[in-house]
Design a protein around this ligand. Sequence first.
Ligand SMILES: [Fe+2]
Length: 286
Amino acid sequence: MRPAKQRSEPVVKPSATRDFKMGMVVLIFFITCLHLFEVTYFPETTVISDEILLGVVMLAVIYLWVQELRDRRKLEVVNDELLASQEELKDANMASMKALIVSEEARDPYLAGHSRRVTEYALAMADKMGISDLDKRHIEYAGYLHDIGKIGISDAILHKPGKLDKEEWTIIKKHPEVGVGILSPLKFLPEEKIIIRYHHERFDGGGYPDGLKDKEIPLGSRILCIADSFDAMNSRRSYRPPLSREKIISELEEARGSQFDPKIADIFLGIIKVDDTYFTKKDESS
Ligand SMILES: [Fe+2]
């Protein structure tokens, strides 16, 4: 670990120090004042000619300007390197998080591969919608982490073969907020935390945790909601087999405008109706 005193040193050392630059400005000011004094009170003597003064000032200004450009270029290069390092660090952290999610899902044969598939479906929609690479990256990370809040929920509830009672549902419905709480120490996932928090909101306002509706729900959350529901319907559960292709399509169509953003639901329906492989991506081990 680097000593604390080294962290306070600038990453980019300026080409000319601030003190030196200030010294040059003061010197130019002093020479100019001297020249004005000379012209005013001793017009017949010429210690510094106008041409020499102008030349000195021009040279000093050009020098300072060039130094400024060089410093700016250096800062741009270092800034790019810092951003690249930040992305690498984020990727490394995400790799650990994905491993955690995969191992957690592996405990439940009905959930194995769920986050990976949800991410895949969400990115397929994002591609069709022409979403930027940066926003797709947020959706990808949020897709993998969307149910991380379920880690704290007991197996007795998560793997319960029958229907959940009211108290159990209350616990389950806290998982988006619990997930954000788990991720809160990680300062580099602000957009992902927002997407995760709202991935169970409904387009009609009947979802949780905050009952947001329509465009109040972040775009990434509206996309994940559809991907998540599709994978749930398309996967085997302890209490039912996967729903049929026709049943899933009719459920998605029926929930347009109520649970799902109708435009995004139409995009996803357009994708899965022409690609039957979406209906076979179930119960796979990641
Ligand atoms: Fe969830």
